[in-house]
Design a protein around this ligand. Structure first.
Ligand code: FES
Ligand code: FES
Length: 164
């Protein structure tokens, strides 16, 4: 291992993994090039659009800027974890049902941020949804449908919990 490489060990979508990385590699580099996870995407490359969002130890980070070296010992969640078990997460289904995307380039970031919101606030107001998703940009301007989808997902999750 050269002086600018290191091994990192972390939990990725519920599995313990390890990778040898270069110290300048970003999270996005490692997810895409080492683990073939392509859901998080690079758009602005400057931490401004949310297309590269991943969740690290429960907090959303910009995968285009966050250094992979900082993942050592962390728990990482990407959009690929949402349909674990073969069925869509209620947030994914709501995005489909509401037509909350056009090109879909921004969608993985919106899905992860929406899931994070509903885990901490199961019944958010429209203002709370807008505020939580304010760091995510959609060039196709599907914002009304995205808000609608988050509200639909919240309602379905809450109904399912009441019936359980
Ligand atoms: S690509 Fe990372 S924030 Fe835009
Ligand atoms: S659906 Fe195209 S950028 Fe959001």
């Amino acid at each position: 291992m050269s002086s600018n490489t290191m091994q990192i060990n972390f939990v990725l979508n519920h599995e313990k993994v390890q990778a040898v990385i270069e110290t300048h590699h970003t999270v996005l580099d490692v997810l895409r090039n080492t683990f073939s996870l392509y859901g998080a995407r690079e758009s602005c490359g400057q931490g401004l659009c949310g297309c590269c969002t991943v969740i690290v130890d429960g907090k959303s980070v910009s995968g285009c800027l966050y250094l992979a070296a900082a993942l050592d010992g962390c728990t990482v969640q990407t959009v690929e974890s949402l349909d674990a078990g073969g069925s869509l997460h209620p947030i994914q289904q709501a995005f489909i049902d509401c037509g909350a995307f056009q090109c879909g380039f921004c969608t993985s970031g919106f899905l992860l941020m929406s899931k994070q919101l509903l885990e901490s606030n199961p019944d958010p107001s429209e203002a709370e949804i807008r505020n939580h998703l304010s760091g995510n940009l959609c060039r196709c301007a599907a914002y009304p449908e995205i808000i609608q989808a988050v509200r639909l997902a919240a309602s379905r999750i809450n109904t399912a919990q009441q019936e359980a």
